[in-house]
Design a protein around this ligand. Structure first.
Ligand code: SAH
Length: 393
């Protein structure tokens, strides 16, 4: 192919090449034997003998130097290539069309599109370009998204801290059309507002959709949603529970939750601004008990060194929530800390159950929904764990 002649090329060590063979798309700086003589963008990758291994995104400033795009080194990465890849990712989510109007169309490495996130909120798209290499492909990606989805607007939430490691500015920029401050989402018939410009992640926690539906269907009696944010679990609980307390440390988050409850004509939700640790401790002492509890805290373990402290935090809230359950009560508990692996999450729950004095049944163990695919060979694509527990006594 003539195109390969003009492409800048990188040579990588045998260890770098082995990473691709094992199904992981990243090659680190220490395995780049000869870096490409070019700015961030698409480069050809070769082994030390010059054999072409594929095409990658090149990030000159990052520890993650090369991210695999295509094992075919003669491929042309243009608008139509992006279209084909993004369409394939979207096809994997076809089933979601009957459940919601908001889902993750592209989950980065999990969809073979490293460092790219594309979330769809109704007619609008919110994207995250988190490497220098992918940023260099922005125009083609935007063109592909317009061809595929004809969206009313595309917003880039490029404000994550990880962009700094790539030498990129942190910014929120409109790339196409218009994107409003609020977009109404329909999730299994529950309506809530996403906040694409200012909300967490790209405007909502899409990754908990199926878990909200799961516990929402089983909810009953008096329910408690700790770490409620915009109330999305609380709204699902309120459809079947008698009363729901939505708790969060953030008053503005709960104002939005209250607005969401009104949007669904739900009048059985009350909102409590409080620290969840203190609230759970106080209820344990005053004897309040619940039929249904949800714990969906932020990531307590932001990095490996913080893991032991994080595990103590998770255990504390889970142990107290278990004690607050009426006999037969249900607890849905989650962790989105990447560093708290599935085995560690279960170990933490076992330790909490042992100390709680309750006999807890593990009814379901959940992970990520279909729109956040976890690739077994790329551990970084998996982070969300959930458990549905029932108090036996
Ligand atoms: N369950 C939500 C997402 C929760 S995000 C959903 O499905 O959409 C985590 C939330 O925890 C944030 O809103 C944050 O304000 C809140 N939070 C963080 N620390 C807290 C604490 N100690 N007590 C109560 N809320 C806390």
């Amino acid at each position: 192919m003539p195109s390969t002649r003009h492409r800048p090329a990188a040579a990588v060590s045998a260890r770098g090449a082995r990473r691709w063979d094992s199904g992981h798309p990243w090659i680190f700086r220490s395995d780049v034997v000869s870096p490409p003589d070019s700015s961030a963008g698409i480069v050809e990758v070769r082994d030390q003998r010059g054999k072409p291994l594929g095409l990658a995104l090149w990030s000159p400033r990052s520890e993650i130097s090369l991210r695999l795009l295509d094992r075919d080194a003669s491929a042309t990465i243009d608008r139509s290539w992006w279209k084909t890849r993004i369409a394939a990712a979207n096809a994997r989510r076809a089933i979601l069309g009957g459940r919601t109007n908001a889902w993750r169309v592209v989950h980065g490495e999990g969809d073979g599109l490293p460092s790219l996130v594309v979330d769809r909120y109704g007619e609008h798209i919110v994207t995250q370009l988190s490497s220098a290499g992918i940023e260099a492909c922005r125009a083609e990606i935007v063109a592909a998204l317009i061809d595929l989805f004809n969206p009313s607007g595309i917003l880039a939430r490029n404000d994550a801290g990880s962009r700094e490691r790539e030498g990129l500015p942190r910014e929120t920029v409109l790339l196409h059309g218009d994107v409003p401050q609020e977009i109404e989402i329909d999730e299994y018939g529950v309506r809530y507002l996403a906040a694409p410009w200012t909300g967490q992640k790209t405007g909502a926690f899409l990754d908990q959709r199926e878990n909200r539906h799961l516990i929402g269907q089983l909810a009953r009696g008096s329910a408690l949603d700790c770490f409620s944010y915009h109330g999305s679990f609380a709204l699902h609980l309120a459809r079947n529970a008698d009363t729901v307390t939505a708790l969060d440390a953030s008053a503005p988050a709960l104002e939005r939750a209250a607005e969401n409850a009104r949007r669904n004509d739900l009048t059985n939700v009350d909102f409590v601004v409080a620290d969840a640790f203190e609230f759970l401790r106080d209820r344990e002492h005053d004897g309040t008990r619940y039929d249904t509890i949800v714990l969906d805290p932020p990531a307590f373990a932001k990095n490996k060194p913080s893991l032991p402290g994080a595990i103590r935090g998770y255990k504390d809230i889970n142990l107290r929530a278990m004690r607050l359950l009426k006999p037969g009560g249900l607890l849905f508990t989650a962790s989105c800390s990447f560093h708290l692996t599935k085995p560690l999450f279960l170990d933490m729950l076992r330790a909490a159950a042992a100390d709680s004095g309750r006999r807890m049944i593990l009814r379901e163990f959940t992970g990520q929904p279909i729109d956040h695919p976890e690739l077994l060979t790329v551990p970084e694509t998996g982070y969300l764990k959930g458990a549905l527990l029932e108090a036996e006594n």
